[in-house]
Structures are given as structure tokens and as C-alpha cells.
Design a protein around this ligand. Structure first.
Ligand SMILES: NC(=O)c1ccc[n+]([C@@H]2O[C@H](COP(=O)([O-])OP(=O)(O)OC[C@H]3O[C@@H](n4cnc5c(N)ncnc54)[C@H](OP(=O)(O)O)[C@@H]3O)[C@@H](O)[C@H]2O)c1
Length: 312
């Protein structure tokens, strides 16, 4: 496993992070796995060298993560979790209560990175002025090590919220949507994040469009229809088949994770699965070298104008 420094946090993090949310929630979303199987999945990742785990109050997987971490050395694992922000603005008391509930479920007395979950652009001012000071109090109390914020990508395709957050100086870590289908965050978020030495977590690296062939085809058709990619660049009979035919990648997910991993400014690429075979395949992917430069350049070229899809 390759490790990187998570920006100014100085944390030494594995490039692959376990994502306990997304479409799979460690296999819990559709009850595909028992809780014991999901705990075993997290342990399998940790034992293979993954030291970064992302969960959230909203995912209902904090207990699973807590049960897994309790079986290993807590001090060697970086736990990232988030406060749910649905509906009306939360109060400082609700933030504090939410953090304490997360600590209990995660069986720990500190969170390494605590985020506001899916903050929308129109919520930003309130949360910065009213809730950030409460997060800083919890940080001084030793309950949070670093402060984070994640975006609501499908509702904020232009990354408006994070484009502000990266300039603000308050956030140690951000989570941004970025994948080969939509590279819009490169200029508006990743570049300033590098300048401000902010830790960057990537979500949506494969999501559904880059893990399910039918969804990839429909996403590419949509991008062609709205004129964000050129039909001449795509073979709809074998979407992005050149990645495999050229020998550059073992599969589309393999290419997609490696493309994202080697993007400048990205530190941890979150990978969510409920399937042990997929976990093993993804661990192998993260051990592979960069994609050939001509393949990376071709992907940048094909999707240079795409900004309306998340791949979700
Ligand atoms: N706003 C936010 O804060 C936010 C939003 C979304 C996600 N996240 C975080 O980001 C993490 C990553 O989630 P994501 O939504 O970005 O999803 P992702 O990890 O890009 O994709 C997960 C999907 O890919 C499938 N998959 C994984 N490996 C595969 C493989 N080798 N072959 C085929 N299919 C594969 C999974 O299904 P299987 O179970 O079948 O493998 C799942 O449906 C989440 O877990 C969460 O921690 C945060």
C-alpha cells in the first residue's frame, strides 16, 4: 500500500481509503451482508494496509467500523466521520450531541477527521459562522483532531461550496467528487487545495457509472446528447474499451481508480464495497503503477468538457 501525507494534518494515510457509505455501505444498504461480514470486510482492508476509514452518522455503519477498529490498534487507524445536516440548520448543541453519539458508536474517545456532511453552497455562511466555532471547541477538548467538510456533489456540480471552503483557511480536510467522467474539480478545488496544503479525500472515483457497464453506456450517451463529449471519441459498442484493449488496465474500475489516484492534489481515494472479491481487486488496483501517460492524456481529452454528470 502506498501512503501519503494528508496535507497540513501531517497524517500518514493510505492512498486507498475504505468508504463505509456510497451505494454499498459495506454491504449494509440492501442487507447483502451480515454485520459480522461487513466487520470482516473492514478488517480485511486494514490488514492489507488501509489505515483510513470514512463513515458518517447518516450511513449507519459507524458501529461496524467501531467493532472492526476495536480489534486492531486504534492509534494506527485514521477515522473520518460526519455530522448529518439534513433539513433545517443544526444548532451547536446538536453538533455536540452528534459528535458524542459518533464517539460512542465508534467506540473511541476521539475522531481524527470530523466533517460537516454534504454542505450546500447556501448553507455555507451559517455553518462557518455558527457551527465552525463549536467544532473548534470540540477540537480544543481533544475530541476532534482535524476539521473537515464534504460537498453535496449532485446538488453542487460546479463545486461552489468547496471553491469557497478551500480559500477560507479553516478546513484541514475536504472531500470532493472527482472521477474520469467529470474532472471539473481539478481547477476549482484541487489546485487551490494544493496551494493551501489542505488534505483531499476523493469520492465517486467509480461509483455506479464506472462499475456497471450499462450505466457507463447510458452516461456516455447522455454526455454525447448534451454535447459535453464528442461521439467520435467514443465506441458505444464497447464503452472505454480502449482502456482494456490497450493493456493499460485490468478493468474499467481498475483504470478509474488509478486515474483518480494519480491526480495531483488527491490524497485518499475512497473505495466503497460490500463484496470481498471487489475489495481484493481494488487492493490490487492500488498496488499497480500509474496508467500510461498517453491513456491519461486521452481520458483528459475525451472528458475535458464534461461537467453535468457525477457517475452516481
Ligand atoms: N458527500 C459525502 O460526504 C459523500 C458522498 C458519497 C460518498 N462518500 C464517501 O465516499 C465513499 C466512496 O463512495 P462512492 O459513492 O464514491 O462510491 P465508489 O467507492 O466510487 O463506488 C462504489 C460502488 O462501486 C462498486 N464497486 C466497488 N469496487 C468494485 C469493483 N472492483 N468492481 C465492480 N464494482 C465495484 C460497489 O459495489 P459492490 O458493493 O458490489 O462492490 C459500489 O456500488 C463512500 O463510501 C463514502 O465514504 C461521501
Amino acid at each position: 500500500m502506498q501512503y501519503r501525507t494528508l496535507g497540513r494534518t501531517g497524517l500518514n494515510v493510505s492512498v486507498m481509503g475504505i468508504g463505509a457509505g456510497g451505494p454499498s455501505r459495506l454491504g449494509q444498504r440492501d442487507n447483502i451482508r451480515t454485520e459480522a461480514q461487513s466487520v470482516a470486510l473492514v478488517l480485511r482492508g486494514i490488514d492489507a494496509g488501509v489505515n483510513f476509514i470514512d463513515t458518517a452518522e447518516a450511513y449507519r455503519t459507524e458501529e461496524i467500523v467501531g467493532a472492526a477498529v476495536a480489534q486492531r490498534d486504534r492509534s494506527q487507524i485514521i477515522i473520518s466521520t460526519k455530522k448529518r445536516l439534513r433539513g433545517a440548520n443544526i444548532t451547536r448543541e446538536e453538533l455536540r450531541a452528534g459528535l458524542h453519539d459518533s464517539l460512542r458508536r465508534l467506540r473511541t474517545d476521539y475522531i481524527d477527521v470530523y466533517h460537516l456532511h454534504g454542505l450546500k453552497p447556501d448553507q455555507y455562511d451559517y455553518y462557518r459562522q455558527e457551527i465552525l466555532p463549536a467544532m473548534q471547541d470540540l477540537q480544543r477538548e481533544g475530541k476532534i483532531r482535524f476539521l473537515g467538510v464534504t460537498e453535496n456533489w449532485s446538488g453542487d456540480l460546479e463545486h461552489e461550496m468547496l471553491a469557497r471552503a478551500v480559500q477560507d483557511g479553516f478546513w484541514d480536510v475536504i472531500m470532493v467528487g472527482f472521477n474520469l467522467l467529470n474532472q471539473k474539480a481539478r481547477e476549482s478545488v484541487l489546485r487551490p487545495a494544493i496551494e493551501h496544503d489542505i488534505g483531499v479525500l476523493i469520492m465517486f472515483a467509480i461509483r455506479r457509472a464506472l462499475s456497471q457497464p450499462a450505466k457507463l453506456k447510458s452516461t456516455l450517451e447522455q454526455l454525447i446528447e448534451i454535447g459535453e463529449i464528442d461521439a467520435n471519441d467514443i465506441d458505444l459498442d464497447y464503452p472505454l474499451g480502449f482502456l482494456i484493449e490497450s493493456g493499460a488496465a485490468a478493468s474499467i474500475p481498475d483504470a478509474a481508480y488509478r486515474f483518480t489516484r494519480d491526480e495531483r492534489g488527491a490524497h485518499v481515494i475512497l473505495s466503497g464495497t460490500g463484496n470481498p472479491q471487489h475489495l481484493d481487486a481494488n487492493l490490487a488496483t492500488f498496488a499497480r503503477p500509474p496508467l500510461p501517460p498517453e491513456i491519461t492524456a486521452r481520458l483528459k481529452h475525451i472528458f475535458r468538457g464534461a461537467h453535468s454528470v457525477t457517475g452516481g
